[in-house]
Design a protein. Structure first.
Length: 489
């Protein structure tokens, strides 16, 4: 067991508020630690700080060597084994094969081009490489992205069986509950360390929030009463002063002395009341609430919006899916379900005309149908938010408003999209789709990189507005709450 001791950690990006401010923390290397928190709070930043990739104030003391998921991939068209060896791996091939076997993953993947592997297969070979390397402490940044339900179950079993510890970020609550034994959550202005899994933390947080809400209600009542008292005292003193000015026949000296005494007393009382109000305002706790999102759904009388008949997709060396038939009508939320590599994303690509393989069957659209997408790969998004909104033909103010509701800080609005974090870039892609007027929404793994707060925003939006949708997603909680129909691939 090797400790990671963090003392007085302070870090801020130039021109932004500190992400960490005089933080102290002790982590044990045998913990399976879930690093949680809203997007933009600094999860990936903390992992970079541990690897000494960013300058910071304070100290981090440990003898551990860290490796990081995802790996840096170079020449992805080469054989997967060669790609992994170039990533900095210093072990033997048999060690990677051993880890793949523990994940019930075929070792033949090592002899296929890395670029030909599905997202889930790429995840597995990279995780195998990290855990195959002796003497390193893994830092796993969102490994559940692109994993199907079966893949998440297998990776959860694999990580749970590991004797050595790791730090992992993920927004899949079910997955985390199966894997971690400690939670480190980056909340507003504080780090909260909890023993147990994500649900244990969430129960603890709900209790803290409930207590804070009740305390806030009492404090606000006190503040309201104190403000009323302060106003009454001010009116009392002013009445005395007016009496002095208006009473021309009375003893001006006596009334003046009386008014001065009352004014002095009122000033002292006002100072005390101001202090009491300020103290109570300082005790108010910030409790995050789910802010509702908006979506520009266009109405139409043409039904069905989309018809797919006997759709079959394949590549020269791989069959993807066959004889897919379905329709999407008003208020339908259709989920494409299946393992990685079965062609779920390819179906969406076929609908929008970007599938590059062999295609048969028919796809029929209603008249003048407008489609909006959330893509799995949005690395081509770049430039300023204003220019991006202009090229996407969406309302700039509405776009920024959606980004704020999704939790993006205003300071980030001036950052080029390509320099944003992955979570922030995902919000740009999602906000664009929400702002686009459309009859039908095609969303490919919309929850990737989104925190649980954003996930709840999407669930509430879809349940309330019921926009017609075709969705690829693996998060079981999300599927249970929004799907009206499922298509197994």
């Amino acid at each position: 067991m090797e400790p990671i001791t963090i003392n007085n950690l302070t870090f801020a990006y130039p021109g932004q508020e500190p992400l960490f401010n005089h933080c102290d923390l002790n982590i044990s290397s045998d913990w399976k630690l879930g690093l949680l928190g809203r997007n933009g709070r600094g999860k990936t930043t903390l992992l970079k700080i541990l690897q000494k990739q960013l300058s910071f104030q304070g100290s981090i003391q440990t003898n551990l060597k860290f490796n990081y998921y995802p790996l840096v991939i170079r020449e992805p068209d080469d054989y997967t084994l060669n790609v992994l060896m170039r990533s900095g791996y210093q072990g033997e091939q048999w060690q990677i094969e051993r880890e793949l076997n523990l994940m019930a993953t075929p070792t033949e993947l090592l002899w296929q081009p890395f670029s030909s592997l599905s997202g889930g297969e790429q995840t597995r070979v990279m995780l195998a490489t990290l855990f195959a390397q002796d003497g390193y402490f893994p830092l796993l940044d969102e490994p559940t992205n692109h994993l199907d339900q079966n893949g998440r179950k297998q990776i959860a079993q694999y990580l749970k069986a590991k004797k050595n510890g790791f730090i992992i970020t993920s927004h899949d609550r079910d997955f985390l509950d199966k894997v971690i034994d400690h939670s480190l959550v980056i909340e507003q202005h504080q780090l909260v360390l909890t023993r147990g899994n994500y649900s244990d933390y969430f129960v603890h947080k709900e209790q803290r929030d409930s207590t804070a809400i009740k305390k806030n209600e009492n404090l606000l009542k006190d503040i309201h009463h104190l403000k009323q008292t302060r106003q009454a005292k001010s009116q009392w003193a002013q009445q005395a002063e007016n009496e002095k000015k208006n009473n021309s026949h009375a003893d001006k000296g006596f009334i003046g002395a009386k008014a001065a005494k009352m004014m002095k007393k009122a000033t002292i009382m006002k100072g005390r009341l101001d202090t009491a109000i300020e103290e109570r305002q300082g005790l108010l706790k910030e409790v995050e609430k789910v802010v509702p999102l908006t979506i520009n759904v266009l109405s139409t009388n043409h039904q069905p919006l989309l018809s797919i008949n006997d759709l079959t997709l394949s590549y020269p060396t791989k069959q993807l899916c066959s004889n897919i038939t379905t329709t999407i009508e008003k208020n339908d939320q259709v989920l494409l379900c299946g393992n990685n590599g079965t062609g779920k994303s390819s179906i969406i690509n076929a609908i929008i005309g970007t599938f590059s393989g062999k295609q048969s069957g028919e796809i029929l659209f209603s008249s003048a149908l407008k489609i909006s997408t959330v893509r799995q790969d949005y690395s081509d998004n770049h430039g300023s938010l204003r220019s991006f909104a202009s090229s996407s033909k969406i309302n700039y103010d509405q776009f920024l408003n959606l980004l704020r509701k999704l939790g993006m800080e205003r300071a980030t609005f001036n950052v080029p999209i390509e320099e944003m974090s992955m979570g922030q870039q995902k919000k740009v892609e999602l906000a664009r789709s929400l702002a686009e007027p459309a009859h039908l929404y095609l969303w490919d793994e919309p929850l990737n990189y989104l925190d649980t707060y954003n996930q709840q925003q999407l669930i509430q939006l879809i349940q309330e507005k019921r926009p017609p949708m075709l969705i690829v997603e693996h998060d079981q909680n999300f599927i249970k709450q929004i799907a009206t129909k499922k298509i197994e691939i």
